[in-house]
Design a protein around this ligand. Structure first.
Ligand code: ZN
Length: 99
């Protein structure tokens, strides 16, 4: 597994939060309409919430300054992108070479 840098964590967290939210909303919405088996959509809704929470956990755990370790998010909101400079220590935050 590649090292989890703050850029990777931020992207992954955002994608998981978005996908999880979509899954949960779709699961809840279609489940309440009962067009198809409720159990099936229930699984989608629960799975969506699980992915959402996992995405947030990754974001809170890894979206930190590589220099001082200060969080780069404004709790509880995750940023859509990493700031250019750390709000805590003021050092420049460089994206990884493969970014
Ligand atoms: Zn810092």
């Amino acid at each position: 597994m590649q090292k989890m840098d703050c850029f990777r964590a931020c992207r992954l967290s955002n994608r998981m939060a978005m996908g999880g939210t979509a899954g949960a909303v779709i699961g809840c919405g279609l489940g309440s309409l009962a067009l198809v088996s409720r159990a099936l959509w229930g699984v989608l809704a629960v799975g969506g919430f699980g992915v959402l929470l996992a995405g947030l956990a990754i974001g809170y755990r890894f979206t930190v300054c590589p220099h001082c370790g200060a969080p780069l998010y404004d709790f509880p909101r995750m940023p859509s992108e990493i700031p250019a400079y750390c709000p805590s220590c003021g050092k420049k935050i460089d994206p990884p070479a493969d970014h």
